[in-house]
Design a protein around this ligand. Sequence first.
Ligand code: BG6
Length: 497
Amino acid sequence: MTSNNRVAPHLFVVLGATGDLMRRKLLPALFHLAAQGLLKEASLILGAARKTDLGDVGFRAQAREALAAAGFSADDLAGHWCDECLFYQPIGLGEAEGYQALAARIAELEQAHHLPGNRVFYLALPPAALASTIVGLGEAGLNRSTGWSRLVVEKPFGRDLVSAQDLNRLLHRYFDESQIYRIDHYLGKETVQNLLVFRFANALFESVWNRDRVKRVQITVAEEVGTGGRAGYYDGVGVIRDMVQNHLTQLLMLAAMEVPTGFDAEAIRGEKVKVLRQIEPIRPEDVVLGQYTAGQIDHREVPGYRDEPGVAPGSTTETFAALRLQVENWRWQGVPFYLCTGKRLPRRLTQIEVAFRCPPVSVFRPFFRCEIDSNVLVITLQPDEGFDLCFEVKAPGEPFSLQTHRLHFRYSEAFGRLPDAYETLLLDLLTGDQTLFVHADEVEAAWRLYTPLLEHRPSVHPYAAGTWGPLAAEHFLGDMGGSWRVVTRAGKEADGR
Ligand code: BG6
């Protein structure tokens, strides 16, 4: 999002540096930024973790492997970058001495490399380790420095309203909100950012983006994967906490927010949070939850959720959710916002669909029965990022009939490779742009909305892996056409059916 790409010399400290996030996301993104020349030479990475026997050399070897696994050839450039820029510091079991040793190593590296004291502390840690690490950093005085000092927190930001408030209080004990960068990687996706440009740089669409013209909005994040080997985490969390409270709600805020007064973090985040505060409490009849059973995806047998290693026997954790939300404001009153997400659905698909109202009088009756998919703007976030605008045309010849067709735009055709979400977010972090990071107010407003639902969870319906969710979800859109048709249609189109 940043327009100023100048990254000041800094030290990038990763806590939890031997973990999965570092290997799969952070290292490849940091290396790619460096390889593009976006990080200047004085940009060092200090990995910190509990492993005492790793050392700089062992850490660099791990990093080389991670870069190779991410598809970068372990050539001179990657190897040279690892040797020049990566360092490692063990922090023991998280006692005060560990953080003091970390502070001493930071000071030593900064002095040796003439760094001005700009620091990032990236918490790539499991939720249980967050509080003690924040305290450890704060008590060691690492919340302040001679330059800037920024703290990055990954989701989940708490597991309900009370725990999120506790976490925010703890963060604010040591760090100002302006130092805190809460990451929701969906905000780094190019198409998500483009939603703002699409809405606010094209008056054409903004003028119809309201209850007079829009009939419904549906936000779908369908995943083919199951728990992906993370059942231990997922089983205690479920899809509302894992996906809805954060990723889907972020998309909802961007789709529904008012025009901000400017293109800056304060204005944009301020408008986003207002949307959340205007959403009506969620009623039980506005939610369908599901859990996948054994089934087939891509002609492959996959086990049911309860048979995944690490899932508690008889678990009722939900892996699918469909919700209907109502934004009670001048712009959206009466327009339902549907959020739908699930694991082990037939294919990976993230879309925002804005369905427009039918013409008030149809002169083409009986040839044309205005349907939900007559005029729809489909914003595809992944895969195959782009936009489609569906509209009616006359099919050539006789008998007279109408057909829905699409105008389409694809990012890959226009621009080629898109940056990874983490690259975008890390660059913004390093240039101090908080627009794409989540404010404490947003986190709490989102938990305020979903916590009552988590406390009184409706029953969880089974659905076979490889289907578009439980049958109850099919009936959910009864008033809008009788089926869960947007997802189903997208799936069918993709499957060529
Ligand atoms: C993560 C969730 O935040 O997002 C995962 O914890 C989920 O369960 C993932 O699979 C989806 O991200 P993406 O970018 O692949 O859509």
